[in-house]
Design a protein around this ligand. Structure first.
Ligand code: NAP
Length: 249
């Protein structure tokens, strides 16, 4: 594959955790990797770029709030102009703002829905026209087991991740005839900064529900994302692949 043929891969939330592992998974095929992140402290995104550089990949990172449509439209239009296309979009950025439903504030609800669900709308709309024109593309949305089974204290997060599943299936139906694959992964309980902050008691509660008896790694999720974007998954679209050690079957 020469440089012109390298896939152009955009990963939201690519600075750390699952997003970073996805970026490193795509490094094996010498893809052009573009990571989007939010924190003005660029330490994590710079670390991802360094790890990619060590693998011979010249990647780029952009600080952007993916929940803001105007920021997304402007960045993606610049990326598509410069790179000619986007072949793979991984909608991975996500946050939690947990609270018991009775006490959940409107702000906690809105922020989580904006970052976890509206961002998927924003980024997917920003690439879909170009993918349709090219009659190919892969979109992988990162949902969660919580979108399937719910979780105490996470009504906002569960609603956003269930929304991601519904969006995935609807868009998949709309664009399949243009050769575009739209799938989701629903990770279970994965070792990242997002789960590092959970109290020990909560972690123990999750572990008790996992037949494999351990948390998953970001790499174990990234491998599935990568596979969904490969020829091996050529007949898959509109699927939600659960990567959860058996927590939900
Ligand atoms: P993480 O380590 O906290 O990483 C989250 C990523 O999202 C970071 O790169 C962060 O960028 C980015 N981000 C947050 N808000 C953003 C915004 N408004 N605009 C752009 N980027 C933003 O979390 P993770 O565990 O890897 O989670 C990745 C995805 O997997 C999320 O969608 C999460 O809901 C989902 N998930 C995780 C688990 C788990 O157990 N960890 C389970 C199921 C699903 P900055 O660092 O620059 O802020």
């Amino acid at each position: 594959m020469n440089d012109k043929d390298s896939r152009v891969v955009v990963i939201t939330g690519g600075s750390k955790g699952i997003g970073r592992a996805v970026a490193l998974a795509f490094a094996r095929e010498k893809a052009k990797i573009i990571i989007l992140h939010y924190d003005p402290d660029e330490k994590a995104s710079q670390e991802t770029l360094k790890l990619l550089a060590e693998r011979g990949i010249e990647a780029e990172s952009h600080k952007i709030d993916v929940s803001r449509k105007e920021q997304v439209d402007s960045l993606f239009s610049e990326l598509i102009d410069r790179h000619g296309r986007v072949d793979v979009l991984v909608n991975n950025a996500g946050i939690t703002r947990d609270a018991f439903f009775m006490r959940m504030t409107e702000e906690q609800w809105d922020t989580v829905l904006q970052v976890n669900l509206k961002s998927v709308f924003n980024c997917t709309q920003a690439v879909i026209r170009s993918m349709m024109k090219n009659r190919q593309g892969h979109i992988v949305n990162v949902s969660s087991v919580v979108g399937q089974i719910g979780n105490i204290g996470q009504a906002n997060y569960a609603a956003s991740k269930a929304g991601v599943m519904g969006l995935t299936k609807s868009v998949a139906r709309e664009v399949a005839s243009r050769g575009i694959h739209v799938n989701a992964v629903a990770p279970g309980f994965i070792e990242t900064d997002m789960t590092a902050v959970l109290p020990e008691k909560v972690k123990e509660g999750f572990l008790a529900q996992i037949p494999f008896g351990r948390m998953g790694t970001a790499e174990e999720v990234a491998e599935v994302v990568y596979w969904l974007c490969s020829d091996g998954a050529s007949y898959l679209t509109g699927q939600v692949i659960h990567v959860n050690g058996g927590m939900f079957m």
